[in-house]
Ligand binder design. Structure first.
Ligand code: MG
Length: 348
């Protein structure tokens, strides 16, 4: 089988409901869709969410169309790691991380989709799965919500069968975080997991001060306490806090996870499909973490669920509230795995 062409489509529009974390307002809904075509008529598809600014999907599309796609037309689409190596070398001049890696990841995911479709199995079955459903929690506690709004979404999440909820922190002083956490805890009960996410907002000393408070409140993990690239501070912080530090969604490629893991700076590893390098790199990062006894929880869901099915150290898939059309139901706080060939899944 040979790749004969790669089509790219973009969508960019305002979000129906803008959300806010400690770092940014997310008010755009942008997607870059990749379709890889072959001489056997089988196609592979990926859909990359990239809604930071209006032109984001088109910028990513230009990298894929002008630089990455021409280099792999004619290649065997089943040699996914060989394609990865070629694209990393091709993009070395401008840097193979950042937006280059968004593009490489989009192609990687479309190739896995193609492989699954060509063999007529869901991708998780190709990976040697360990489980057939994935425990999940709902990321619903955005900062634009006031306390009654937080209570309402947390109630809804528990009614939908999620095991627990995650909420943003760092939008104001620690006292505000504490009152918001207590309000959510009162809704979900004493035993449901409650995670907090600072989206890189704090300095080392502030992260230490707040982390102790979140720990005392029984929070499950403290996500992105510090700027993502500061590995040394993560290692120092993890040494001082009892609460596990969760991070990884803003790290690019597996090399950026190595020192964090070997140094003990992460208690829950959380790669993002787009930034880590697609399914291939998320799988390899997950296995690296497994070797050090570190749990894996995805950043986002969608196609990530195939990786989570395979890894021995999976603890959660991240999700928003369930879609209102009722097409997905949780069973015992878990998402079922998709049964269609390829990467088809329950959300993006
Ligand atoms: Mg996060």
């Amino acid at each position: 089988m040979k790749i004969t062409g790669i089509g790219v489509e973009v969508v960019s529009k305002p979000k129906a409901h803008a959300v806010r974390d400690a770092l940014q307002l997310l008010d755009r809904d942008g997607h870059t869709k990749v379709v890889i075509e072959t001489d056997e008529g089988i196609t592979g598809v990926s859909d990359t969410y990239f809604g930071r600014v209006a032109s984001s999907p088109a910028v990513l599309a230009a990298i894929i169309t002008d630089q990455l796609a021409p280099a792999i037309v004619g290649d065997d689409p089943t040699l996914i790691r060989q394609v990865r190596q070629k694209l990393w070398r091709l993009t070395d001049y401008q840097g193979s991380t950042g937006l280059s890696l968004f593009g490489i990841s989009a192609i990687d995911l479309a190739l896995w989709d193609l492989l699954g479709k060509s063999l007529e199995v869901p991708v998780w079955k190709l990976l040697g799965a360990q489980r057939t459903s994935i425990p999940t929690y709902a990321m619903v506690g955005w900062l634009e919500l006031d306390v009654p709004g937080l209570e309402a979404v947390s109630t809804k999440a528990m009614e939908q069968g999620f095991r627990g909820v995650k909420m943003k922190v760092g939008g104001g002083p620690l006292s505000e975080d504490i009152s918001r956490i207590k309000a959510v805890r009162a809704v979900i009960g004493p035993d449901a997991p409650l995670m907090v996410d600072a989206n890189q907002a704090f300095s080392y000393s502030e992260a230490l001060r707040r982390g102790r408070a979140y720990s005392d409140l029984g929070c499950e993990w403290f996500e992105e306490p510090l700027p993502a690239a500061d590995t040394e501070s993560h290692i120092r912080l993890a040494d001082k806090l009892d609460i596990p530090i969760a991070t990884g969604e803003n790290r690019y490629g597996q090399a950026q996870f190595r020192d964090l893991i070997t140094g003990g700076g992460v208690g829950v590893v959380q790669p993002d499909l787009r930034r880590a390098g697609g399914l291939t790199d998320c799988l390899e990062i997950g296995l690296m973490a497994a070797g050090f006894g570190i749990p894996y929880a995805s950043h986002g869901g969608g196609a990530h669920i195939h990786v989570l099915a395979a890894l021995p150290n999976t603890i959660y898939v991240e999700s928003g509230l369930l879609p209102p059309d009722g097409r997905v139901e949780l069973v015992d706080g878990c998402y079922p795995l998709p049964l269609e060939p390829g990467l088809s899944s329950w959300s993006h």
